[in-house]
Design a protein around this ligand. Structure first.
Ligand code: R5P
Length: 288
């Protein structure tokens, strides 16, 4: 049985169709004081249940929704699996300032503790090497890289791939290898959550190329906007920005469109740019 939680009903529905599994979604309401009310459509059967969630928007409400509903299902279900198409708090992976709470492990601990197995799509693992460093449950990383490479091969001729910061090499370089094209990684200095400086560290020739910037997360869009500025200076004409997870806060998508770039994301977070569907990858893993 697939359980569609509030963050990614569309992918949950597709996965249930691909696997010919039953699908349930929860009724959800908010009480006047902010507490949430959850109700499964019927009492749950004693079978394996796969919860599909994407932790974007009201992230903390979604954490409670996931924790409460899974904990309740635990009373009857044989096995509980979480598929997090986007998993939050992973960028808070060290104390940047004294006294700070390092949230990545705490979040993984809170949610992961209820499940027997966890699948996470393209997690932002920077200082942690693998998901097993943060989850105690069995955990598997899923990747949209082959789908992104396929999208580029089908839609973009003569591409040159750029990673806007060091961490993005896992996406940019890996996709460039799959496509068989050149790539370069820029250097980024983060000043604050809304200010970054991005610079080119080597000479590249891109004036006759279709530039594709690939990053795992597009949040405020500042990382991409800074990279776009630099790339325009050295002659980039057509630019496509591909994000695995399009969070798009504070008008990021509008800002990127104003910068005259094409924006494409996967549907790990549903939004108008979701042109790459990850459902089949999930279905393949679940049917193994
Ligand atoms: C962080 O290193 C990530 O890979 C992204 O580059 C970052 O989260 C993007 O954030 P923003 O869109 O706010 O610049």
């Amino acid at each position: 049985m697939i359980v569609a939680l509030s963050g990614n009903g569309a992918v949950a529905r597709r996965v249930s169709r691909l696997l010919h599994s039953s699908l349930v979604s929860l009724e959800q309401k908010k009480f006047p004081d902010g507490e949430i009310y959850l109700r499964f459509p019927h009492n749950l059967p004693h079978e394996e249940m796969v919860f599909v969630q994407s932790f974007h928007g009201a992230i903390n409400d979604k954490l409670i929704e996931t924790y409460f509903s899974a904990k309740s299902a635990r009373e009857t279900s044989k096995k509980l699996i979480l598929v997090a198409t986007y998993f939050p708090y992973l960028r808070q992976d060290k104390q940047f300032n004294p006294g700070e709470v390092v949230s990545n492990r705490l979040c993984a601990d809170l949610v992961g503790s209820v499940f027997d197995e966890v699948f996470v799509f393209d997690p932002h693992l920077h200082r942690e090497n693998t998901l097993s460093h943060i989850f105690s449950a069995k955990s598997t990383k899923l990747s949209a890289n082959p789908l992104v490479a396929d999208y580029i091969k089908r839609n973009i001729k003569n591409p040159f791939i750029i990673g806007p910061d060091w961490e993005s090499y896992k996406w940019a370089e890996s996709v460039a290898r799959m496509v068989g094209c050149e790539s370069a990684i820029l250097e980024k200095k983060r000043i604050s959550s809304r200010k970054v400086v991005v610079k080119l560290t080597k000479k590249i020739e891109i004036s006759d190329k279709n530039v594709v910037i690939i990053d795992d997360i597009i949040s405020t869009g500042h990382t991409l906007l800074e990279a776009i500025k630099d790339l325009r200076k050295i002659g980039a004409k057509k630019i496509t920005c591909i994000g695995i997870h399009g969070i798009f806060v504070e008008g990021a998508l509008e800002k990127l469109r104003k910068a005259k770039v094409n924006v494409v994301t996967t549907n790990t977070i549903p939004n108008p740019t979701s042109k790459i569907d990850v459902s089949q990858v999930i279905a393949n893993y679940l049917s193994r």
